[in-house]
Ligand binder design. Structure first.
Ligand code: G3P
Ligand code: MG
Length: 254
């Protein structure tokens, strides 16, 4: 099996799978991320009407399927009836919106030994019970990969931390400068890592160094920004182009 090299200074995470050449958050996108030896995979999780953990970016299925509606108002069985690939390219017509359990099975079948970054998408809806559901599923087995949690929602992070105190908890923030102001409250707490948006973070590398926590930047898609991130030795980048990022990293860090 292809194995990522987790000794690298900057780990490369595939954003919603290898999103640049596959429909995002589908099994195809995750398979491709593993094929190119991504160190990590990022995915987004929501809760359906029947409390299943559903892997999709938006609250609605409209943009990435041939259907319409809010995930939270649909049953998991109903959600899976839609085509989640054709919007991207006809070759992907068989792709469905996966449940988290299906992604975990795929990663296990492929012996994925990198990181799985589970983003709890409680930015717009709280999805009551999502953290409990997640922790139940994640603690059910011993996985070949290492999983970590991330969210823009601090309450979600607090809840998942209480359920799984040993798992890495990463705070997602659009503005690293805003984080600086709130550093006291956030950085002294249960937050083990920060996932900032790339723009401010790349401009203010000292801010990153001031914290002892790993920083993983998103979404780093341009070659010039990838180079900057590797030169700054940030802990990770989250990118739609994992294959290209790994090639560039090789020129700079290895
Ligand atoms: O986890 C990093 C990134 O995925 C956060 O933004 O909107 O792509 O989920 P978004
Ligand atoms: Mg995300």
């Amino acid at each position: 099996a292809l194995k990522p090299n987790l000794n690298s200074k900057t780990l490369v995470f595939a954003h919603r799978g290898s999103k640049s050449n596959n429909p995002e958050n589908t099994l195809a996108a995750f398979r491709e991320a593993i094929r190119v030896q991504s160190d990590g995979i990022e995915l987004d999780v929501h809760l359906s009407l029947d409390n299943e953990l559903i892997i999709i970016h938006d609250e609605k299925i409209d943009r990435t399927t041939n259907g319409k509606g809010l995930v939270r108002k649909m049953t998991s069985a109903n959600i899976q009836k839609f085509d989640a690939g054709s919007w991207y390219h006809p070759n992907f017509a068989d792709e469905k919106i996966p449940r988290l359990s299906e992604v975990l099975k795929l990663l296990t079948d492929l012996s994925f030994s990198g990181y799985l970054n589970i983003e709890i998408k409680t930015d717009k809806f709280n999805y009551p019970g999502i953290e409990k559901k997640l922790s139940e599923l994640m603690t059910e087995s011993k996985w070949p990969f290492i999983y970590i949690y991330s969210s823009f929602n601090l309450q979600s992070l607090k809840r998942i931390h209480e359920l799984e105190p040993k798992i890495e908890i990463n705070y997602l923030t659009k503005n690293i400068l805003h984080l600086k102001k709130r550093q006291e409250g956030i950085l002294t707490d249960f937050i083990t890592g920060i996932h900032p948006r790339r723009n401010y973070a790349l401009k203010h590398p000292l801010l990153l160094k001031a914290s002892n926590r790993p920083f993983r930047l998103w979404t780093v898609n341009q070659e010039s920004e990838m180079r900057k991130a590797f030169q700054q030795n940030v802990a990770g980048i989250i990118t739609d182009y994992p294959e290209q990022a790994l090639k560039i990293r090789q020129q700079i860090q290895e």
